[in-house]
Design a binder for this molecule. Sequence first.
Ligand code: SF4
Ligand code: SF4
Length: 372
Amino acid sequence: MHSDDVVAEARRLLRLCAACMYCDDLCPVFAAIAGRHAFAAADLAYVANLCHSCKACHYACQYAPPHAFAVNLPRSLARVRQISYADYARPRFLRGAFAGGGLRASSALVVVAVAAFALLRADAGGRAGSIGFYDVIPEKWMVMAALGALLAAAASLAWSACAFWADIGPPARPQEILRAAPRAISEAIALKHLDGDGSGCADGPDRGAQARRWAHHLLVAGLATDFSASIAAAFSEHWLGMAPPFPASSAPVVLGVAGGALVLGGVCGLVWLKRRADPEPVAAETAGADYHLLGMITLVAVSGAVLLAARSTTAMPWLLALHLGLVGSFFALLPASKFVHAIYRAAALLRATVESRARAGDPPPPDLAAGG
Ligand code: SF4
Ligand code: SF4
């Protein structure tokens, strides 16, 4: 579907919903569009990222197909979200990744990163069991590659987030935004709106399940546990004088294994939910971005597990090169992946919270109340 058609359809549906408002208690999208008749491009990006595709409105809608109005709001907003990922990608050359080039870019980057680490492995093969990871790939190269990829990704994500916020940010004073931030952040972290106000996030007409919310929590908890494993590894190395590979009972290994298991549990849950989801309110063309991110996470987790299991064998140098190449590629590709939705959604929740507080008559900051 051409992007102009996607935008025109989203505007048509949002005008209908703003007039109907039958679904106004389902999620913050309906409060955001209440009373509005015109939707600029930035409004569409805001509303689309406020939607978490729970599909509840589709099953509640009396104008859904076969009605002539053919309302399918979750599918329409999913398409607008996909366009917004490309529109706000910074640097701009990352747009291509959201226009279908993500898989090709990932494959190329993974191959280059793995090859680079493989070249660094020198002639370590055949000496497994008597060598450490740093005999295969010098520590400074490992640290430089991981930190370089991570910092580049963080800078790109921050730039993209600023571009998004510059467009969708509400006309509010900084004090109002700061006062709304704690609630928006806690709702984003707790995935509050995935609980459908306690009745669960719909992946079908039955709204009783919270599986999607818990699968997201598992995935995030796993990534956080893996990150803490890296911190434990740095601590063990620089303060306890240990060198990798660490013993199986050490904190870095235990945390790494626990994190990997949580990550794989979350990925399996999300894939299972996607496979059994009703295709009607889903934009099939956006599924590639979901599977791309989940696939990269899986490759990193599985390659880490295989490296752990085979670290005493002659395959260790190659497995280390493969794992590090995948980790570096994963970091570098974050700004060109579905991961950006987490950031845009948090920004959209912040605007929704500012507007919600204004509607509730939240007293303005002192300088505004005094006319300053
Ligand atoms: S999704 Fe349907 S029922 Fe719900 S507000 Fe929109 S038009 Fe009305
Ligand atoms: S799909 Fe869910 S989150 Fe999106 S607009 Fe409908 S009810 Fe709201």
